[in-house]
Design a binder for this molecule. Sequence first.
Ligand code: SAJ
Length: 446
Amino acid sequence: MAQNYFPSRGETAVAVTEKAPALEQVAVVGLGYVGLPLAVCARERGLMVLGFDIDEERADRINRGIVPFEDERLEAALPKADLLATTDFSRVAEATLVIICVPTPVHHQSHMPDLSPLEHATRAVAPHIAEGTLVIVESTVNPGVCDEVVIPLLIEGSGLELGETLFVAHCPERINPGDPAWDVGNIPRVVGASDATGLLRAVNFYRTILDASVKPMRSIAEAEAVKVVENSFRDINIAFVNELAMSFARMNIDIVNVIDGAATKPFAFMAHYPGCGVGGHCIPVDPYYLIEYGRQNGFSHEFLSLARSINSRMPLYTVDLMADALKAKGGNIRGAKVALLGLAYKPDIDDCRESPSMVIAEELLRRGATVVRHDPFVPDLSDAATVEEALDGADGAMLATAHSAFRRITPELLRAAGVDVLIDGRNFLERDVFARTGILYKGIGR
Ligand code: SAJ
């Protein structure tokens, strides 16, 4: 009897296969934050893996064992992985399994999904994929993209027949940059496919290389929906506490203490914290994919859109805090010198994609301030090499990224530089320590 590949409602996922020895020859297309860890993980499980990228210099660095971005775990693993990276896409023909891991950004101004990297990668592999190939998309997309964009391009470019000589699946990536606990090898996954054969192979592959659960979904669209839903969930929860922060600031209630208080409830509450904005390549991006697809299907995601507008407004709110604080000290943001500490979108990494710091810097300049940027992880975009240098002669300091190294920012350090205004965009430093010294400290909601 054919195995039941799809868990019927209410049942747990059927164990589609046990951990079978992997027979797949794997091509990983896109060797960034998602593809390179995946390729190394598959190599560590003994699979034959070829890495593909359009960037010759990136492929060359990988072949020399150099990770082209900040990732300590990968820096240790790559030199031992014996992974070959190439820009020769004709070698995709050697693979039985092709995994596409390219960015799916949004256009900066319109926030409309930008599928061009995914379309380019799909067109690049299509002419070379061999009969029987399974193509898995890991890039985050809204429901419908695999069925309506990727599969037609694969069929058009390969001449293969879906379900007969071509199989397609979606396994949304869940990489969490800089997370010491969760990496590609132990994060649970979901998989949806164009048919049962594709699902069986995809689930089997991930169960072979991961030490984590792999949940078969009933369709590709369900798997696509899982990722945009989980990240939209995060965005709306952050918007919730950001709105509370702006409200409670007027009531002199410390929102962080309130959230910590609510978090003592052992069920039905998940703590999120306010900040100067929501950056990264996932959270501020993925909701727009769902909003746009909803619009195409005649539905207006008012709630998701409102959350996006609240979170997008936080960098400007944070600059307002700086302007008000300088004014309270008899100064003016126009003509002020502001030390902007932190450019990356989250702590202890070098990634600046969609970082609120960029919006903050732009707005400070627009308001007539001089901005001195410093981020120890992003020297190329920093004007100052150290915190001290950034603070030197500044009228105010703004912390926009909670890098561990910034823990050493003390009232003494600010005083020594003559700085008596501190806007803590991540509620990272001890407010009371600064308030006691006459330094005007403002956090987000505290
Ligand atoms: N942020 C807040 N308040 C919060 C949490 C985050 O303002 O309570 C801000 C951060 O400062 C940052 C942005 O939101 O600017 C995104 O932060 P993030 O912690 O969500 O980091 P990301 O973008 O790396 O999100 C990834 C996501 N992983 C994947 O998409 C596979 C997300 O699903 C994870 O929930 C998140 O990591 C995580 O939990 O760390």
